[in-house]
Design a protein around this ligand. Structure first.
Ligand code: AMP
Ligand code: ZN
Length: 671
């Protein structure tokens, strides 16, 4: 009993602490402890809750992600409609709004609050007894969708509000907060990068990404999407909670909601116009996107007096920044080589003003995108600038009279080497390891801990070395001399000497590391190892045909093609020669040869073996002169089948290849 009581106390204390740190991190952006220390607190709480399942409550910070994927979202009626806002697109329309309000109110001057118009998805949070009970989308304004489980995963949404803070604000535990779910530009870009890598669909803008994340059926996915919630209304009994809207905004902050810091109390419409102008030039620098300014009458009693139309409140208006879309002509399409060697087509536009900025370029991402748009040089296109300076092409609006089809170049525009495209990839890439466009990236990879492990060759030094033209390819590293190196910014003799020692030591690295370090597309550490087991020098690997390469375990046609492409590039062959001259010429450690009884025989393994891993079995085959391959062909001599074999088993039967059990395999080896 005493133990349980102690646990309860500790659990409550931990929750309190974690809530505070979540607030510091996710709302204020001012963490006081490291991520690791935070994780320790959460893990301790999880452990205690696992020991005491009865003490788990829905408002515990461990319970943000819970519940299984669902079929759909139930509909919920809003207590008070979630209305839209009327729009103003010019100073004139804002002044007109002010005139109407003054007339209806019969006053000379009106106090307004001007706030950012967050470009996201509006959500109503309903709290009961200080605990988050429900989260609902706007829907058609009258009924929305219950997305509670998904919204709970957003760390800046309090699952419970501190009772003391409520009391201090003069609020009861039942209230409603309205605000916007958003994604920062950074989170949006990271998401799209991940989507691109996984071959998933790309989101057009942060708003779509945020809306998509709220409406996925699996809350675990929402949790991964780094969403923010910005609060801008506080309602009690369906009405404004305070005398003034400014007080609501302050109260939201004291209740630990993330509310904008940037709202302003305006004495009249002139102040509002100043605010709009100021943020038009500054909004680019915000971490999230805003598409305008919301202007609200500050005094709640006046709001009530003014009331609503069927569509929107009469006491508020959304000032929208000038349209960020424009049409223009694509004069040309250029190709840029990125840091990884990928070629990106860029549209050269007839310069045009979009949302106050002149634009003359727009990325087209890749060839697939150009095909999707049906774009040719000379066409007129609709472009959009959504916050970022570089706009994107939305669609072709008029075909050019003498339109020209764009083709990806066959040679790299930076270095003239061959361009390669893997079959199932969208990107075209330059395969030259020393291509100037990817020099820095390649060198960093080469020096990496799992590659040549050259400690001290980090980003700053690589930048210097490349910019001063001291290093153009990997081999140049081995020709570096002390004096010029020590003369580099913030280097000094001692660290220069250390670096030279590290570079010298890297010559002793294994062949496997060197193969990986070359940065051949699709060749990770493990493939590097497997290749080093088959070929005893880099030259031998370079001379291998694609047919020989697919014989290597785990090397499929795509990887084999990439290796062959790499070594067929003259610049890369030259590089290998230069490395060898520099003394970088590891040879594979020779495998212990026990017999030649499997000489000339090739094996494929499928399924799980009982007595050894497949790698170990493969090693055995090779120790006895045999070869291991990753795929079954007519040339395969034996397919060794373990438990739960895959399609290779069927293939073997189809081709009539001899099939062995593990016991039969052992017998063959005489073990
Ligand atoms: P619109 O969707 O263009 O009709 O604009 C109305 C919507 O703007 C509202 O429904 C809210 O979702 C959203 N909004 C964004 N920021 C604010 C804000 N600071 N105050 C009120 N509504 C806002
Ligand atoms: Zn190149």
């Amino acid at each position: 009993m005493a133990k349980a009581a102690g646990a309860k106390q500790e659990i409550e204390k931990l929750r309190e602490e974690i809530r505070q740190h979540e607030y510091l991190y996710y709302v204020l952006d001012e963490p006081e402890i490291s991520d690791a220390a935070f994780d320790r607190l959460v893990n301790r709480l999880k452990a205690l809750e696992a020991e005491n399942p009865k003490l788990v409550t829905p408002d515990s910070p461990t319970q943000r992600v819970g519940g299984a994927p669902r079929e759909g979202f139930p509909s919920v009626r809003h207590a008070r409609p979630m209305l839209s806002l009327d729009n103003a697109y010019s100073e004139e329309e804002l002044r007109e709004f002010d005139r109407r309000v003054r007339e209806l109110a019969g006053r000379e001057k009106i106090e307004y609050i001007a706030e950012h118009k967050f470009d996201g998805l509006s959500i109503s949070l309903q709290y009961e007894n200080g605990m988050l009970a429900r989260a609902v989308t706007r829907g058609d304004g009258t009924t929305g969708e219950d997305v509670t489980l998904n919204i709970r995963t957003i760390r800046s949404v309090p699952l419970r509000v501190d009772a003391g803070a409520l009391k201090k604000a003069g609020l009861r535990g039942d209230f409603e907060v309205r605000g916007e779910v958003m994604m920062t530009r950074e989170a949006f870009e990271a998401l799209n990068r991940a989507q691109e890598q996984a071959g998933g669909k790309l989101f057009a803008n942060p708003r779509n990404a945020a809306a998509g994340a709220v409406r996925v059926l699996d809350p675990a996915i929402t949790a991964e999407r780094r969403l923010e919630f910005f609060a801008y209304y506080l309602l009690a009994d369906g009405k404004a909670a305070f005398e003034k809207h400014s007080e609501s905004l302050q109260a939201l902050k004291s209740l630990h909601f993330r509310a904008s810091e940037d709202w302003k109390l305006c004495a009249g419409i002139d102040d509002v116009l100043d605010y709009c102008a100021k943020w038009d030039s500054k909004r680019e620098k915000l971490p999230y996107e805003i598409d305008g300014v919301v202007v609200k009458v500050n005094r709640s009693s006046l709001q009530a007096e003014l009331g609503f139309t069927a569509r929107a409140p009469r006491w508020a208006i959304a000032y929208k920044y000038p349209a960020a879309q424009e049409t223009t002509v694509v004069n040309d399409i250029l190709v840029q080589v990125g840091r990884t060697g990928a070629l990106t087509p860029v549209a050269v536009l007839e310069p045009v003003q979009v949302g106050g900025v002149t634009v003359s370029r727009s990325t087209l991402h890749n060839m697939d995108e150009i095909d999707r748009l049906g774009l040719r040089i000379g066409d007129t296109v609709l472009i959009e600038r959504a916050g970022e300076v570089i706009p994107k092409v939305l669609k072709v609006v008029k075909e050019g009279k003498s339109r020209k089809t764009f083709r990806m170049p066959e040679d790299c525009p930076e270095c003239g080497s061959r361009i390669h495209k893997a079959e199932d990839e969208v990107a075209y890439r330059c395969v030259n390891a020393s291509c100037p466009a990817k020099r820095k990236e390649s060198l960093l990879h080469f020096a990496g801990r799992h590659a040549m492990n050259i400690d001290g060759l980090g980003e700053k030094i690589v930048n210097h070395l490349v910019e001063q033209k001291m290093v153009e390819d990997f081999a140049d590293l081995y020709a570096l001399r002390l004096e010029p190196l020590a003369a580099l910014e913030r280097m000094g003799e001692k660290s220069a000497q250390n670096l030279l020692n590290e570079i010298e030591a890297s010559k002793k690295n294994s062949l496997a590391r060197l193969i990986f370090a070359l940065g051949i597309r699709f060749i990770g550490e493990r493939t590097g190892q497997l290749l080093a087991e088959q070929f005893s020098t880099l030259e031998e690997l370079a001379a291998a045909s694609e047919e020989q390469l697919v014989e290597v375990p785990e090397v499929g046609p795509k990887v084999a093609a990439s290796i062959a492409e790499f070594f067929s590039e003259p610049a890369n062959r030259e590089l290998i020669k230069r490395l060898r001259k520099a003394g970088v010429h590891p040879t594979a450690e020779k495998r212990e040869v026990k017999s030649q009884k499997l000489a000339g025989k090739s094996f494929v393994f499928t399924g799980a073996l009982a007595h050894r891993s497949r790698e170990e079995a493969g090693e055995l085959v090779q120790q006895h002169g045999g070869k291991v391959s990753g795929s079954v062909s007519k040339k395969t001599d034996y397919v060794v089948v373990g438990a739960d074999p895959g399609s290779k088993h069927d293939k073997a039967r189809e081709l009539g290849v001899t099939i062995l059990s593990e016991a039969e395999f052992e017998k063959l080896l005489g073990i």
